[in-house]
Design a protein around this ligand. Structure first.
Ligand SMILES: *[C@@H]1O[C@H](CO)[C@@H](O)[C@H](O)[C@H]1NC(C)=O
Ligand SMILES: *[C@@H]1O[C@H](CO)[C@@H](O)[C@H](O)[C@H]1NC(C)=O
Ligand SMILES: *[C@@H]1O[C@H](CO)[C@@H](O)[C@H](O)[C@H]1NC(C)=O
Ligand SMILES: *[C@@H]1O[C@H](CO)[C@@H](O)[C@H](O)[C@H]1NC(C)=O
Ligand SMILES: *[C@@H]1O[C@H](CO)[C@@H](O)[C@H](O)[C@H]1NC(C)=O
Length: 457
């Protein structure tokens, strides 16, 4: 059991993550394990008067920050792709602030930590923007200063009297409101979701490490997480998660939204009944059904989360002999993109090269197949985006690259080199989600996501 406070430390320093203890203490903060196993964080605070001047200062800084963001937005309207990423980050930050506002006190420490991480990422993003615009504008410098000031203020606020938390929440709510206004502008320039008017993936953003898995167990190295790629009404913000200490797939957890995912509060747990256990962790959720590999008989399997009914289809050619390089039993890899539902496997006939198949959702059968030129066992994983199959492999322990792309429309293959950072060396699940254009990775126990940037030319 890890204290709540430590949950995010892995993002900062993996070596610190496994301080195993029941009771953890440092200065005026203590953490302990509560009655029902949850982590409780106590913060003993000095008897300080709430610094209204600080809050006012923060408000001013916030105002300046928002103003700067607006100025930057107007200035960079033509750079729509970059701007989108930029605003997406703001949106995430807004969400974290919302979480902070609504969280129970015991999570306050975690929330501050999240906020700090967001601010750091925001800073990195401004730096990225600055580089790509080759701009020495003082506006960028002042944006940096303001982000740093915000970070400083967040740090200070954290150490104030608990009885002032409500005041802090109100201040953050105001900040949230302002960021929401920015968000509205973002929505105006985000018609790209679902649109394949581009020539493929241009780059993958920095990894966003959400947290350690819901079992809080570093031994749960095999798993997957993500969102429904075509959610049904009422489940638009649902997340799923599954993991185990071996490549066997025994259960799935469903969360109504991001916050409940973070708080590990599933609204539903599906334990797979005898005979329906899965393998390999290359599952996805599409239209409220989980598609996963099942080994007896070896087949693609669907668990309809609405009706809780199972169904399966054998793919006669598919072989259990070929798996991806990071895990055993990854014989069938499911994926969904703007074009629909896919499965990737290798066969004796293809001599271990990946065969890509389009799944017809109605009949749950294969509607078309493409033979690709990449050996499954050399691949780390594969995913689909806009009808193109992208395949990854390791560069080194911290770096992965997309090295191969196969376009189902033109039947053309391409060797490419799009690198991205990994948090841990191995991962068992990597999928693109067309609803938010992000990659979701289950990275040796951690939930990680990446923004995907497409080449609009
Ligand atoms: C705890 O807070 C008190 C003030 O209330 C302070 O004097 C003391 O130095 C703090 N202890 C630590 C270890 O930070
Ligand atoms: C930035 O722009 C200046 C002038 O246009 C140019 O000389 C310089 O090489 C550019 N730097 C980079 C890193 O692109
Ligand atoms: C940031 O904080 C420093 C030191 O507190 C202050 O001098 C500066 O004016 C602040 N900058 C902005 C843009 O708020
Ligand atoms: C696709 O993008 C090109 C270039 O930006 C544009 O000319 C064209 O109208 C777009 N097509 C669609 C269907 O959006
Ligand atoms: C899942 O079950 C519901 C209710 O029976 C049905 O309406 C829906 O079409 C099913 N979805 C799939 C993908 O089979």
């Amino acid at each position: 059991m890890l204290p709540v406070l430590l949950l995010l430390l892995p993002a900062l320093s993996p070596a610190l993550a496994w301080i195993p203890d029941e009771e953890w203490e440092s200065g005026n903060v203590t953490a302990s394990v509560g009655e029902s196993g949850q982590c409780v964080c106590h913060v003993y605070l000095p008897d300080t008067i709430f610094p209204a001047d600080r809050v006012q200062h923060m408000q001013e800084v916030t105002k300046d920050l928002i103003l700067e963001v607006k100025i930057q937005m107007e200035k960079m309207e033509s750079y729509e792709g970059k701007l989108k990423v930029y605003l997406k980050e703001l949106k995430d930050l807004t969400f974290r602030v919302a979480m902070l506002e609504s969280s129970a006190d015991k999570y306050i420490k975690l929330d501050f930590e999240l906020l700090r991480i967001e601010l750091r990422e925001f800073e990195a993003l401004v730096s990225q923007l600055k580089d790509s615009f080759n701009s020495s504008s003082p506006l960028f410098d002042s944006l940096y200063t303001e982000i740093r000031n915000m970070t400083h203020i967040v740090n200070q606020l954290e150490s104030y009297d608990k009885s002032n938390l409500d005041v802090i929440r109100i201040e953050f709510a105001k900040l949230q409101k302002k960021l929401e206004d920015c968000q509205k502008e973002q929505d105006l320039i985000e018609p790209d979701i679902g649109n394949c008017n581009h020539t493929g993936i241009l780059s993958i953003g920095k990894p966003m490490v959400v947290q350690l898995n819901a079992h809080l167990a570093p031994s749960y190295r095999y798993g997957g997480w993500g969102k429904d790629s075509k959610p049904i009404r009422g489940f638009e913000s649902m997340y799923f998660y599954g993991a185990y200490s071996s490549p066997a797939v025994l259960s799935f957890f469903l969360y109504s939204d991001y916050e409940t995912l973070i708080l590990r509060s599933a609204f539903k747990q599906h334990n797979l009944p005898d005979g329906w256990e899965g393998a390999g962790n290359n599952y996805i959720v599409h239209r409220n059904s989980i598609y996963y590999q099942h080994n007896s008989p070896f087949s693609m399997t669907k668990l309809n989360l609405t009706s809780v009914k199972f169904d399966y289809r054998v793919i006669p050619a598919a072989s259990q002999r070929f798996t991806y390089s990071y895990s055993d039993n990854q014989n069938m890899d499911f994926s969904a993109d703007e074009k629909g539902l896919w499965v990737m496997y290798a066969s004796e006939e293809s001599m271990g090269k990946i065969v890509l198949a389009k799944i017809d959702e109605k009949s749950f059968g294969i509607e078309e197949e493409w033979k690709t030129g990449v050996f499954k066992q050399l691949a780390g994983n594969a995913f689909m985006a806009c009808g193109v199959m992208y395949v990854t492999r390791a560069v080194d322990v911290n770096t992965e690259e997309i090295f191969y792309a196969y376009d189902t429309r033109t039947k053309e293959e391409k060797h490419i080199n799009i690198r991205f950072q990994k948090f841990q060396e191995k991962y068992s699940n990597l999928d693109y989600n067309p609803t938010d254009q992000k990659l979701y990775m289950y990275n040796d126990g951690y939930y990680v996501s990446y923004n995907v940037k497409f080449n609009k030319e």
